[in-house]
Design a protein around this ligand. Sequence first.
Ligand SMILES: *[C@@H]1O[C@H](CO)[C@@H](O)[C@H](O)[C@H]1NC(C)=O
Ligand SMILES: *[C@@H]1O[C@H](CO)[C@@H](O)[C@H](O)[C@H]1NC(C)=O
Ligand SMILES: *[C@@H]1O[C@H](CO)[C@@H](O)[C@H](O)[C@H]1NC(C)=O
Ligand SMILES: *[C@@H]1O[C@H](CO)[C@@H](O)[C@H](O)[C@H]1NC(C)=O
Ligand SMILES: *[C@@H]1O[C@H](CO)[C@@H](O)[C@H](O)[C@H]1NC(C)=O
Ligand SMILES: *[C@@H]1O[C@H](CO)[C@@H](O)[C@H](O)[C@H]1NC(C)=O
Length: 455
Amino acid sequence: MSRRSILTAAIAATALAQIPGPLTPEVHPALTSYKCTKSGGCKAANTSIVLDSAYRWLHNKDGYTNCVTSGFNTEFCPDLKTCAQTCALEGVDYPSYGIHASGDALTLNLFKTDPATNATSMSSPRVYLLANDETYDHFKLLNQEFTFDVDVSSVPCGVNGALYFSEMNDKGDKNELNTAGAKYGTGYCDAQCPTQNFIKGEANLNQTSGACCNEMDIWEANRAATAFTPHPCKTNQVAACSGADCGNGDDRYKGLCDKDGCDLNPYRSGDKGYYGVGANFTVDTSRKFTIVTQFLTVDNTANSTLKEIRRLYVQNGKVIQSSKISVAGLEAHSSITDEYCVAQKKVFGGEDDFTRQGGMKQMGDAIGRGMVLAMSIWDDSGSYMGWLDQSPYPSDSDPSKPGVNRGPCPTTSGRPEDIIRLYPDAKVVFSNIKSGDIGSTFSNSTMFPRWARHL
Ligand SMILES: *[C@@H]1O[C@H](CO)[C@@H](O)[C@H](O)[C@H]1NC(C)=O
Ligand SMILES: *[C@@H]1O[C@H](CO)[C@@H](O)[C@H](O)[C@H]1NC(C)=O
Ligand SMILES: *[C@@H]1O[C@H](CO)[C@@H](O)[C@H](O)[C@H]1NC(C)=O
Ligand SMILES: *[C@@H]1O[C@H](CO)[C@@H](O)[C@H](O)[C@H]1NC(C)=O
Ligand SMILES: *[C@@H]1O[C@H](CO)[C@@H](O)[C@H](O)[C@H]1NC(C)=O
Ligand SMILES: *[C@@H]1O[C@H](CO)[C@@H](O)[C@H](O)[C@H]1NC(C)=O
């Protein structure tokens, strides 16, 4: 599962943001979130969001020249220290990136519009949740649940409105080389080990290193298809990879991270009527709904081993149990466990890198140490998001084989040039972000008569 297009978009965004002018202050849009307990209910927290550093203008602090175009400017960046002392990251105007926050709701647009010309271009923003102006909110979700509402009605085939956790450092690896830190969205890493311009504050001068870390994909979805996927890595927070450790190309299964992950996608699992546009689907994606993800441990405490990742939905006040897996050999499962992952890799075929990378225990250890919440919207110039929503995938595979039908989208969908033409308004809305004790973040109003719901 490739996040290549995010990198492409980030480079494009940097290039588009080369606007000489007065320096922009960084003002984080407020986004209320909620921390919940069984005994005390949910309490609002004054959280906010920050745009990833790669989208920002990075220029020499005494002038207006980019520090990085295709490669690093060798005048400003002859070595790590000079580079760090010379290059400044700018603040950003969030609406101009198609990012709007209001109350507890965040809207991310795939495209942005230039107010001077009304021209539409790729924005593909990625933001992180901040606990305060200098620190990412660090979620520790063992024996806890994470819940949010989503509106995917304007997310078409080929587009991914994603909400996930990466094991980033909570200060964005702020140090003597990186004085910007989380305030400017630094320190990104994920299980695809993406190439970053800076890793732990050090300039990646020859652009050969990647930033690897554990990643828990809570939500990769559009209105047609959805998956949730743990991606364990043999790392503790961010690790700069080089060579085979990055797992690129033929080294895919030799790297520090499980790039494929262990996904649970209702359509791929044979429950084709579970998720989609219209009231005849169990979860109707033409309307807002709630997603609950529970991280259950072996002894139901926060200090033990992750055993199971369970998914529930809530729509119209009704709790919807997880989808029914009907693929032969997987019927016994309804959630992500080590047993499900081993069986899924056997039945669907392919390498079981998940187990090799340490499986649920490895993923759970990262979740116990604390992870940063990332939210993004992107399209995929590499594989057109076929791994998420197309049938069959790969397009030349036999559709009668288990696992190859990922979603209802045609194999011709997801081309970026079609998406900008057909869906210039593509956007996702994430809202009502809550975390806390199991059972504390949602209620099941079908347990009460209709008249009692307003009490
Ligand atoms: C959030 O900010 C408001 C307004 O400044 C303040 O009244 C409230 O106490 C803050 N809440 C928390 C949890 O810090
Ligand atoms: C951009 O679109 C708005 C709304 O449709 C319109 O009012 C405005 O004149 C347009 N601007 C340009 C430069 O075309
Ligand atoms: C890139 O730079 C790093 C750090 O200076 C160095 O260790 C590595 O060998 C270089 N790689 C290549 C391919 O030049
Ligand atoms: C629901 O209705 C739509 C539109 O008629 C149709 O395309 C889809 O296959 C139906 N889904 C189910 C689960 O019946
Ligand atoms: C878990 O362990 C940490 C550190 O060892 C400790 O601070 C915390 O209180 C423990 N939490 C629980 C729920 O036992
Ligand atoms: C919600 O309530 C319904 C009706 O009482 C019940 O069947 C269902 O199991 C409940 N779901 C949960 C998650 O408690």
